[in-house]
Design a protein around this ligand. Structure first.
Ligand code: SUG
Length: 449
């Protein structure tokens, strides 16, 4: 039976903006208050989906969440008409209004952690939405993401869509951005690698000092239990606190793995290369196959350039031949050492034999590269046939979404536009239309009004 990896990309929402909300994410801070281009952002995202789909990898979409999140503002005590709520939030603290408007659920690598059915003891595919507890604007995604995932992965005989972990500092969870499934073939049992930034309960565990560590060991352990993973096929590795302090807010900024290949920066893991040597040995012992690895030293690519180029946030796509294409952000082309790195990857002994570059500048300026924009779900044919079909990408969905974006999205959005009452009406129309295109239940596109 054929088993495929499906990329579910987040459609960039019509309120995509630069509000500087993510402390520790250098791009987010750098671009605070810049004018954004929502239409261009959404079209760049659609082009990536089309590109990956044409490489032969199945592709799906996850909808943006309805913004502004008026219920959230009401919860914070703002009252009155929608226009008054927006104005009062803006007067009290513009960052609260910005949080309610954030289109941050576009980065679906943070939507959930996913374990394919072959890895889980009950034979079902398990998904747990991330609580995103470390950031206010992201924590308000979770409830709606849960509703979206339950609407798409709706057959409980095949899919287990869990409640998120408790929204607390101890259980802070950022989803697949800190989780990599390695395997000898998608249909074989995988080796699931969880990377955490700190421990709440083990006080001997080092933590970063400058920027927050978003993923806790306790959250990673909990997800592995909830997904009924085999402890022999699971590993928990600590992220290097120095990397977090240098702007590596998620592990997918310094490492990416797919199938039997892992590439990483030497500062990615506490213990450096030794952590990867141990990982290879654990895989050999538990599953008897060899992981191809490619480490980059500080000399090959200084960490600062790894962060500015996002080389490790590229997507690794397995093509029908079994060989892989590395889909990089365009920025990699412009950072000499990162570009050289792509050539070294092509020359080295590993499954990658093609490199491509895509312009995702709008998302990159908020710290989201190609790999941030997709949630990977490894599925059997039968599972793929039982998901909500209207979110699966094809030429017709691509054309409809392009048309929808072109008609409904603003070309530009400045910080002041967030309290323009017309914006609320415009995005409401856009969400109503999208609900029809994707044929999702209205509960997924909550009115929030
Ligand atoms: O959580 N940026 C996101 C970027 C997430 C990238 N995801 C992965 N690495 N998988 C974040 O920091 C910026 C929003 C703003 O500042 O307006 C933001 O939320």
């Amino acid at each position: 039976m054929s088993v495929r990896e499906v990329n579910f990309d987040g459609i960039v929402g019509p309120t995509h903006n630069y509000a500087g909300l993510s402390f520790g994410n250098l791009a987010s801070t750098l671009h605070e208050k810049r004018v954004s281009n929502p239409r261009q952002a959404a079209l760049q995202g659609l082009e990536k989906m089309k590109f990956v789909h044409e490489l032969g990898a199945p592709q799906g979409v996850l909808p943006p969440l309805r913004r502004p999140h008026i219920d959230f503002l009401k919860q914070l005590g703002f009252r009155g008409s929608v226009a008054q709520i927006i104005q009062r939030a803006q007067e009290a603290n513009p960052r609260l209004l910005a949080a309610s408007y954030s289109a941050s659920n576009m980065w679906t690598a943070n939507a959930a952690t996913v374990s394919p059915s072959v890895d889980c003891a009950d034979g079902r595919l398990h998904l747990t939405p991330a609580n995103l507890a470390s950031g206010l604007h992201r924590s308000i995604e979770t409830a709606d993401t849960l509703a979206v995932l339950r609407a798409i992965f709706k057959d409980p005989k095949m899919f287990a869509v869990h409640d998120p972990l408790p929204c607390s500092s101890a259980m802070s969870d950022e989803g697949a951005a800190n989780h990599t499934r390695l395997c000898s073939g998608y249909g074989s049992p995988g080796f699931e690698m969880f990377v955490f930034g700190r421990s709440e309960l083990d006080k001997s565990c080092v933590s970063p000092t400058r920027f927050p560590a978003r993923q806790t060991l306790e959250a990673s352990h909990a997800i592995a239990r909830v997904h009924q993973l085999n402890p022999q096929h699971t590993v928990f590795i600590q992220q290097n606190p120095a990397a977090i302090d240098a702007g590596v807010f998620h592990n997918d900024v310094v490492s990416v793995g797919n199938g039997n290949f892992l590439m990483y920066h030497e500062t990615a893991f506490l213990g450096g290369d030794l952590a990867v040597t141990d990982l290879c040995q654990s895989i050999r012992d538990a599953q008897g196959w060899e992981l191809y690895t490619m480490g980059f030293s500080e000399q090959d690519l200084p960490l600062g350039e790894a962060v500015s180029s996002y080389l490790f946030n590229s997507q690794l796509i397995t093509r029908a031949s079994g060989e892989m294409t590395l889909v990089c952000p365009l920025e990699v082309k412009h950072v000499v050492n990162a570009f050289r790195g792509t050539q070294r990857i092509l020359e080295a002994n590993n499954p990658v034999n093609a490199v491509e570059f895509l312009d995702l500048r709008q998302s990159m300026d908020n710290g989201g590269g190609p790999a941030c924009l997709r949630l990977r779900v490894v599925m059997t044919e039968q599972e793929l046939a039982s998901v909500h079909q209207s979110v699966l990408f094809n030429d017709s969905l691509y054309a409809r979404l392009r048309d929808w974006v072109n008609r409904n999205y603003r070309d530009e959005l400045s910080p002041d536009d967030l309290f323009d009452p017309d914006l609320v009406d415009e995005v409401d129309t856009a969400f109503d239309e999208l609900q029809e295109i994707l044929e999702l239940p209205p509960s997924v596109f909550r009115m929030g009004l």
